[in-house]
Design a binder for this molecule. Structure first.
Ligand SMILES: CC(C)(COP(=O)(O)OP(=O)(O)OC[C@H]1O[C@@H](n2cnc3c(N)ncnc32)[C@H](O)[C@@H]1OP(=O)(O)O)[C@@H](O)C(=O)NCCC(=O)NCCS
Length: 148
């Protein structure tokens, strides 16, 4: 599904060719690893086989391309009927604080649909962002930390 183009500010310039799309599949490991590194999102970018598995077992994506470069990315798992997990959200530092993170979340929510609640585990320093974009902090959410 192609969504309407967005316009964001980067380095003080309006970027007119930003393409934001909802997808049920996305498998460009190099682009995703590059954005993991640039954004500082802690994911196993040094292990492309693991990232390939991460992408192939996910079913909810929003990509933002500026020209040929991935500059914004949301990834999650959704049953499309009741619950979703927003597992990755990353914006290239050149595009941060210009509304792109909010736009990715809006398109993710639109993609998974209104019947679905969305859970996210905020990275250190990102909790304030999720409050701004409409998420509530819940006390009774649990996790078992990965072993490897
Ligand atoms: C967190 C992140 C996705 C936010 O993206 P962004 O494009 O900079 O966010 P936006 O510009 O859409 O910000 C939306 C609002 O949240 C605020 N905001 C952005 N980042 C914030 C943060 N880290 N803490 C508190 N508020 C934040 C903005 O000021 C804006 O507020 P406003 O509506 O009052 O103007 C981006 O900073 C990022 O990729 N960080 C590194 C990776 C990361 O931590 N990802 C989260 C994984 S859980």
């Amino acid at each position: 599904m192609r969504l309407t183009p967005a316009y964001v500010v980067s380095n003080g310039e309006l970027t007119r060719d930003l393409r934001v799309e909802w997808r049920e599949k996305f498998d460009d490991v190099d682009q995703v690893c590059g954005l993991y590194v640039r954004s500082g999102l802690l994911r196993p970018h040094h292990d492309p086989a693991r990232v390939r598995k991460i992408l192939s077992n996910s079913n909810a994506f929003v990509t933002a391309f500026a020209a040929k470069e991935l500059v914004g990315f949301a990834r999650g798992l959704s049953d499309q009927a009741h619950i979703s997990y927003l597992a990755d959200l990353a914006v290239d530092p050149l595009f941060q604080r210009a509304g792109l993170g909010r736009l990715l979340v809006q398109h993710f929510l639109a993609g998974v649909g209104d019947e679905v609640s969305v859970v996210v585990h905020a990275a250190t320093g990102a909790s304030g962002f999720y409050t701004k974009v409409g998420f509530e902090l819940w006390e009774n959410v649990f996790r078992r930390t990965r072993l490897l």
